[in-house]
Design a protein around this ligand. Structure first.
Ligand code: FMN
Length: 167
């Protein structure tokens, strides 16, 4: 299954999780590409609409994992802008995760996952897993480990081999 991990990360927390996830998926034999979204103006103080620079094309992937940080109790504006310009997903399997500083999901994580889920479903994608990593939590490593296990299992579930037969 061709998997694309699509990450926006300003201070590299989210991309660190994405890289560990990519490694875990490769060990399980998946064909994984990690691509980053970038923007011209992702300084939190900057005003005006987000101007995306790198907008990874996801058409080649069968399984897509979106990862982004929480900003201002919501999904980061750069990720919102990226999701808003995506083409229809045609029933593809999608997973989403976010990282946030605070230890409670209601401090932005749930809202951010809600936004990613609604955007994906609005484009006809099927969200099969979501996760939140609380960066300041003492349980952070455990949360990352659980997320990686859930998303790697999810990658194998319902996978088909080259002949179209379920593995
Ligand atoms: C402008 C800004 C706003 C933020 N707002 C929140 C927030 O509302 N809730 C939260 O838990 N963390 C918040 N954070 C912290 C980030 O979500 C957290 O550090 C995240 O792991 C950063 O991911 P990144 O390194 O991939 O950019 C904010 C960070 C920035 C820069």
């Amino acid at each position: 299954m061709k998997t694309g991990i699509i990450i926006y990360s300003r201070t590299n927390n989210t991309v660190t999780v994405g890289e560990r996830l990519a490694e875990a998926l490769r060990i399980k034999g998946h064909d994984v590409t990690l691509r980053r979204i970038t923007a011209a103006n992702d300084d939190p103080q900057s005003r005006g609409p987000v101007v995306l620079l790198e907008k990874p094309d996801i058409s080649a992937y069968d399984y897509i994992i979106f990862g982004a940080p929480v900003q201002a109790f919501s999904l980061s504006p750069v990720m919102k802008a990226y999701m808003a310009q995506l083409a229809p997903l045609g029933g593809k399997k999608v997973a989403c995760f976010v990282t946030q500083q605070f230890k409670r999901p209601w401090m932005g994580g749930n809202q951010a996952i809600g936004h990613l889920t609604r955007s994906t479903e609005g484009l006809g994608g099927a969200v099969s897993q979501t996760g939140i990593v609380h960066w300041s939590s003492t349980a952070r490593e455990e949360q990352i480990g659980r997320l990686i296990s859930a998303l790697t299992e999810n990658a194998s579930a319902g996978a088909v081999d080259g002949s179209g037969n379920a593995r």
